[in-house]
Design a protein around this ligand. Structure first.
Ligand code: AMP
Ligand code: ZN
Length: 467
């Protein structure tokens, strides 16, 4: 399996630290607003990466944080006259709803920065003790960039170039830094901001230290994959490497994966530019599986431009897979054993799974993997007809469902119908019958049957059963 590594700028063979296991960390959103579809891109991509590793038999420990202390959260809290915690709690909840809609599985652990402050203080102290960090007069703690020899290795930046860039950008209040390149590990509180006690001042952590600490706590000092959007390469991930490697004395992550940006009208989509569309808005117009399909139909390292046309095309394409699956399921319910010819055809169809795996093994080329899925759809459409056996249709349906599941595409009705909803529909059916509206009564029975609910009219009333 090959993975493109930002660190080496090459596709490399994936070799896990521990056999059969993958430890991966994905930088999560800052929770001060509903997530936008740009934020959804890394969620969908790395959820798919996780699913594929699991399909290949790996056990994946997947950690993704919520950044719940940040200037933007504080600003929002002040605007609304509520606490930062209320803001972050609200948007973590909303984010989880959107993730569910996109069929992005919950991480093994979703740590929150504000619950990990002790670990941050401890790591900062170690960095000070080892000479990698220093405390300025006002209690700010800075990382001493020049002390870490590997600085710039991820972003392939040269320290001299960085330095000249920084000199012109220097902002007031930073004169206390030993060097313009140094970055904040801990900063003093400002009036009205949330703060924690620390040996240096009452304050809060810098953003970068959060991920170094949470990654170490939940995955250990060395991890296989660290991932996020490409805007995080510098300075966020570069700084995480400096902190973690200086503190632990070990290589931090083996593979660094970064998704390209989702653009809108060929401009980067971002909260600060105000040109974003939230996942929630999209969900009012489309099933979020369409959004997932749209993201997977491009390579994750290529920029992707959001447009209404591409969303419509994705909706239609996904519809073709769903239709095929429905046909196969209908056929699979009718009985019949596999014929010799069908056995031969199934062998042939296995080729599509091989093509799918080949694409995914090549740095998760989901666009080519989807092409293999469509080949299977075409194959099924041309070979399954009224004379096909149920075993044949069932095997193709199983193959299609499995591949779609690796991509996280739900092509079968996902929502399980609740007992109360069933009871309510049965009541409605009884009322329709009473009113001699047999068409509606039959419609309800069929609707339930599609969801695997079978009705039986008995002397004691209507009984139902899940099949
Ligand atoms: P943020 O909430 O800005 O910290 O972003 C959370 C995640 O979304 C990070 O991995 C970002 O790199 C990623 N991200 C933000 N905007 C976009 C975008 N327009 N396209 C792709 N990824 C993005
Ligand atoms: Zn991070």
């Amino acid at each position: 399996m090959k993975v493109y590594n930002t660190l080496t700028r090459r596709k490399e063979e994936f070799v896990p630290i521990e056999e059969g296991k993958v430890r991966m960390y994905v930088c999560g959103p800052t929770v001060y607003n509903l997530i936008h579809i740009g934020n959804a891109r890394p969620m969908i991509i790395f959820d798919t990466v996780r699913r594929y590793f699991e399909y290949k038999g790996y056990e994946v420990n997947y950690v993704s944080n919520f950044t719940d202390v940040d200037d933007k959260i504080i600003r929002k809290a002040i605007e609304e006259g509520i606490s930062s915690e209320e803001v972050s709690t609200r948007y973590i909840e909303e984010c989880r709803k959107d993730m569910k809609g996109m069929n992005v599985r919950a991480a093994t652990t979703h740590p929150q920065a504000t619950l990990e402050i002790d670990g941050m203080i401890e790591m900062i102290q170690t960095l000070i003790d080892k000479g990698y960090a220093y405390v300025a007069q006002d209690g700010t703690v800075y990382f001493r960039v020049k002390r870490f020899s590997g600085y710039g290795k991820l972003s392939h930046k040269n320290l001299d170039d960085l330095q000249s860039g920084f000199r012109s950008l220097q902002v007031s209040g930073e004169e206390q830094k030993e060097d313009p390149l140094d970055f904040v590990l801990w900063k003093p509180k400002k009036e009205g901001e949330p703060y924690w006690e620390s040996p240096w001042c009452q304050g809060r952590p810098g953003w970068h230290i959060e991920c170094s600490v949470m990654s170490r706590k939940y995955l250990g000092e060395q991890i296989d994959i660290h991932a996020g959007g490409e805007d995080l390469i510098f300075p966020h991930h570069e700084n995480e490497i400096a902190q973690s490697e200086a503190c632990n004395g070990k290589e931090f992550a083996r593979y660094w994966m970064h998704n390209a940006f989702l653009n809108i009208d060929n401009h980067k989509m971002s909260k600060s530019l105000g040109n974003f569309r939230t996942v929630r808005e999209i969900s009012e117009q489309y099933d979020l599986q369409v959004l997932r399909f749209f993201m997977l139909n491009a390579h994750y390292r290529s920029p992707l431009n959001f447009s209404a046309e591409l969303m419509e095309a994705s909706k239609n394409a996904l519809g073709r897979i769903v239709e095929c699956e429905e046909r196969l399921t209908d056929r699979a319910g009718t009985g019949g054993a596999l014929t010799e010819e069908e056995g031969r055809l199934l062998k042939e169809a296995e080729g599509y799974t091989c093509a799918f795996e080949k694409a995914m093994d090549d740095d998760f080329n989901t666009a080519d993997a989807l092409a293999a899925v469509f080949d299977l759809v075409r194959f099924s459409n041309s070979h399954v007809n009224e004379t096909s056996s149920a075993a044949f249709a069932g095997a193709l349906s199983g193959q299609l469902l499995k591949l779609c599941d690796v991509l996280g595409l739900q092509i079968q009705p996902a929502k399980e119908i609740l007992d109360q909803e069933i009871e309510a529909l049965i009541e409605e059916r009884q009322a329709a019958r009473k009113a001699r509206d047999f068409a509606r009564a039959d419609e309800i029975r069929d609707e339930l049957q599609k969801k695997g609910i079978y009705l039986k009219d008995t002397r004691e009333g209507v009984k139902w059963q899940r099949i």
